[in-house]
Design a protein around this ligand. Structure first.
Ligand SMILES: [Zn+2]
Length: 422
């Protein structure tokens, strides 16, 4: 049985790799083919210089070439963790450490899960460092200093300990204390926790990494206030964020629910856009709020969570699964770790579905913005501006974007915008 489990895992793992790698290759070729012919949608030809296009192609190709190696490297790390004896080692090590130094319950489980997570974070550093300090820097995007980079990582680690460990403790406790319906109790706890994070993240966690300030007095602020009033969005929820301290990329987002909901504009976006364009972006974000997109996404996540925990409840005491990966005895912490490592090749195919829903939300928010402003131009210009300044891929392969993009391509969005009647 163990061999069969390993064989099935290998087959699905390999398939996931082939699909992921293949999509990247398709995308690379597609971009090169367009570049060779220099045929772009007319709205880009008019708004983008030949050098800008050239640079965006180089940026896309460089990222895709890097992705090849990052993909192979990431796969190797997972295989080494699963088959290189790391799990049995961590199992013994955590038991040893817990019995010697920590007398609290679940100490072993906490050390085991945290240890495996730490191995993955450390293993991801080389690719992350290369991407930040070489690749992004080469195209003038990286603004992160070594000092800021290491403080960020350190803060992440501290948050992981302060928030992640207590969270894990409760999960392990519920799994043990609530009998065969543990997965329902755990479901309620984890959903509640997710909801809490949606509320707490914008107000308490994000400010640990960035400065959030109300928009400065001026015409932009006045126009946004008028728009917020018209739409019914509380005006003290609009902030500018110092994104420029890490990267020259520009962005805007809507986050939070209830009293903590807020729209955040990166300072880089405010600097590069005209007033009309910035107001259009804000109207788009208000669209996400009006259409309750965050709530809808949360509901979808919750359904997946329930389903995942239900499946986990079957695997919990299935000895061959643990034996297949070198663990002699089933245990709840080992089940959590194995489940999160093995579920990738299965959940991989859900990604495009979630992205599709997200893209639908983007179309809806665009439509809302245009109907609210009664004007298509500023939104269209804002999209072109964002695409050009961020050197986004103008011509992604349709399969690649369908699979990986949480936003429709600029061409798709502008096409949809032009079809809206105002
Ligand atoms: Zn959006």
């Amino acid at each position: 049985m163990e061999q069969l489990i390993v064989a099935v895992f290998f087959a699905l793992f390999a398939l996931e790799f082939v699909v992921e790698f293949g999509l990247n290759e398709l995308n690379l070729r597609y971009v090169r083919a367009y570049w060779a012919e220099k045929k772009l949608p007319d709205f880009f030809q008019r708004n983008m210089s030949a050098e800008e296009y050239e640079k965006s192609v180089q940026y896309t190709l460089t990222k895709a070439q890097f992705q090849r190696w990052a993909e192979i490297y990431g796969r190797l790390v997972t295989l080494i963790v699963l088959f290189g004896g790391l799990l049995p080692f961590m199992d013994r090590f955590s038991k040893d450490l817990a019995s010697r130094f920590f007398s609290i319950t679940h100490a072993q489980g906490l050390i085991f899960c945290f240890g495996v997570a730490l191995v993955f974070s450390i293993a991801s550093l080389p690719a992350d460092l290369y991407s930040t300090f070489k690749l992004e820097a080469r195209f003038g995007f990286n603004k992160t200093t070594w000092k800021l980079y290491s403080t960020d990582k350190l803060k992440g680690l501290v948050l992981g300990i302060l928030i992640g460990l207590p969270f894990l403790f409760v999960v392990l406790w519920l799994m043990e204390a609530t009998g065969s319906y543990w997965w329902i109790w755990t479901f309620f706890f984890v959903s509640g926790f997710q909801l809490l994070m949606v509320i707490v993240y914008p107000t308490l966690i994000a400010p640990l990494f960035n400065k959030f300030e109300p928009l400065p007095e001026g015409e932009l602020r006045d126009r946004i206030m008028r728009l917020a009033e018209q739409v019914g969005f509380k005006t003290n929820g609009i902030f500018s964020m110092d994104g420029s301290k890490r990267s020259a990329h520009s962005n805007a987002y809507f986050t939070g629910i209830g009293k903590t909901k807020r729209i955040v504009l990166f300072d880089t976006l405010i600097a590069q856009m005209t007033l009309d364009q910035a107001v259009a972006v804000l109207a788009h974000e208000m669209g996400h709020y009006k259409m309750k997109h965050i709530r809808r996404m949360l509901v979808v996540q919750t359904v997946f969570l329930l389903f995942g925990l239900y499946i986990l409840s079957f695997l919990l005491n299935y000895r061959p699964l643990f034996a297949a990966f070198g663990l002699d005895n089933p245990s709840n912490p080992a089940a959590l770790v194995l489940f999160s490592l093995l579920s990738g090749p299965f959940t991989f195919y859900l990604g495009p579905l979630i992205n599709r829903l997200s893209r639908k939300h983007e179309y809806e928010a665009d439509r809302f913005a245009i109907q609210t402003l009664r004007n298509r131009r500023p939104m269209e210009e804002a999209l072109i501006n964002l695409t050009v300044k961020n050197l986004s891929n103008l011509t992604p392969h349709p399969w690649y974007s369908a699979y990986h993009y949480s936003h429709p391509t600029p061409t798709e969005r502008i096409g949809a915008i032009r079809a809206i009647s105002v």
